[in-house]
Write a protein that binds this ligand. Structure first.
Ligand code: 5GP
Ligand code: ZN
Length: 113
């Protein structure tokens, strides 16, 4: 399968990883939209929020758990951060391997910017 994030999971494409466990990998976004911009993904390929099957919902809990730890380690737990999932054309999703953006390190703009 030609998926850029699967290749990052496998290490075939380099990334600046900040977190990894059995289920989840997190790494710096290549085009940061904020001083802290981390992408958090499941190792399992799931195309989007629309494609999460019942046995995989726990992976979203794993992602949120990773986000809590990453926010602390990146120094934004207290100042605040945003966790965003884009799903489908209107959201601007461009990589079809489900991921959450963890954004922080500055006052963030309007939610629908
Ligand atoms: P989306 O719009 O799909 O929610 O966001 C995809 C994100 O993946 C974008 O913010 C983009 O900068 C990031 N991205 C795309 N290709 C790569 C890559 O090869 N490496 C990394 N680290 N980030 C990528
Ligand atoms: Zn994938």
């Amino acid at each position: 399968m030609d998926c850029i994030f699967c290749k990052i999971v496998e290490g075939a494409i380099p990334s600046k990883k900040v977190f990894e466990n059995e289920h989840v990998v997190a790494f710096h976004d290549i085009q940061p939209a904020a001083p802290v911009h981390i992408l958090i993904i499941p190792k399992k390929h799931i195309s989007s929020m629309n494609d999460v099957e019942s046995e995989d919902w726990y992976l979203l809990g794993e992602i949120h758990s990773a986000a809590q730890q990453i926010a602390r380690e990146q120094g934004v737990a207290e100042t605040g951060y945003r966790l965003i999932n884009n799903c489908g054309p209107d959201s601007g999703q461009v990589v079809f391997h489900i991921h959450y953006h963890l954004l922080g390190g500055e006052k963030l703009g309007a939610l629908n910017a």
